[in-house]
Design a binder for this molecule. Sequence first.
Ligand code: NDP
Ligand code: 2IT
Length: 451
Amino acid sequence: MAAAVRMDEKIEPIFQEVIQRNPGEVEFHQAVREVLESLGPVLVKHPEYTHHKIIERICEPERQIIFRVPWQDDKGNVQINRGFRVEFNSALGPYKGGLRFHPSVYLGIIKFLGFEQIFKNSLTGMPIGGGKGGSDFDPKGKSDSEIMRFCQSFMTELYRHLGEYTDVPAGDIGVGGREIGYMFGQYKRITNRYESGVLTGKGLSYGGSLVRTEATGYGATFFVNEMLKVRGQSFEGKTCVVSGSGNVAIYTIEKIHQLGGKVVACSDSNGVIYHEAGIDLELVQRLKEVERRRIKDYATYHKDAKFIEGGNIWEIPCQVAMPSATQNEINGRDAKLLVKNGCIAIGEGANMPTTPEGVKVFLDAGIAYGPGKAANAGGVATSALEMQQNASRDAWTFEFTEKKLEDIMVNIHQLCYETSEEYGVPGNYVAGSNIAGFIKVADAMVALGLI
Ligand code: NDP
Ligand code: 2IT
């Protein structure tokens, strides 16, 4: 298996221009570099992409929206946040991608996420373009009323850019069912339209889809299951570690347990819970989904579990690791530790959780490494299934929808694997996902003319 290659000499100047035109946006540079490093052999097979300047065009968002979000806290103080929506590429369909509410959000984070989303959405095989948005608003410690006022203010500006055929946001870090509900309510009120397809991740009482809540975690686990199958392995009896304890982590843990694996650790930004007997998922769900508490409290319910304040979850030996918290949470040293401790598969529930040094370690070690744009595509794919149900005013059963999700993940895995073989790096899912995701968008861009 080949490791990450050096960037092609025709592509390098394009990348340098991206850095120059987007100063300081280091996460965006990182995401672009990773994709561009895979594309050298593609240009050899497809000289038309060079002629049409597809790479230059794909690195420049179609539209970037930045806006003020004023709101009032419970004490009556005026608060100001910044809102973003980057509408990156609509060659395959309306812009589609989540909204992130986290204090670390700035344009560079939204652009990295939006860029990844283009290729991820392409891999799903569904008619969705790429976009991402969010705010530097910190939902932690806010009351329900504060969250509602913030979401209403955010949507009061964003609504004019949205539409079921234009741009369809969903959740991401800090944005779940509660926030989507408040935003959908405000969109409906302002536009006087019950336009279900304008947001996904909706509640089941107003047009949401079964399985959307579970989809990213379930999908990532299905993807890892496929990678394991290629190696004649399965989840049965495997010790697993899942970082984070939010939406993606919770449903990753659930599916791993259903497939016979045992998750022994999860985390939040304060620290790590290690529970050798296996994570008690019902408790995590109650603490996180219902009571919105910290993962530290888990240890007060299970005396045999340990909370490691500020701990590094990747130091815990495991055979399968599924980073499901945030970007750059596995560095080169963590990756080496994982490999040394016997890890054979990585499935990225989070977006870009591994640094370039970490990716290189995994590829060099020849372990099964499923990058986020492939492994976590089940979330957005199920969003597209939600759009499909909304458009036909239908509602599918859990089993039917989950089977569709599983089929989509099996197909994505197969597409990435076959593409890696076609390009001479069998089992390199980085190359496979970047190339397969890119080609579909590039072909559509060529067909649509200079837009
Ligand atoms: P949630 O907000 O539900 O959960 C996020 C989890 O990650 C929390 O446990 C949080 O801990 C932890 N976390 C977030 N930021 C940091 C940080 N800077 N440092 C340490 N820990 C952090 O988000 P999701 O589960 O939805 O998202 C998790 C990841 O999955 C993100 O990378 C997201 O982009 C990606 N993703 C999400 C999809 C979805 O459908 N929701 C789809 C595809 C990818 P704390 O509470 O302490 O902040
Ligand atoms: O990163 C992602 O794919 C998401 N946060 C989900 C996007 C979506 O539109 O469902």
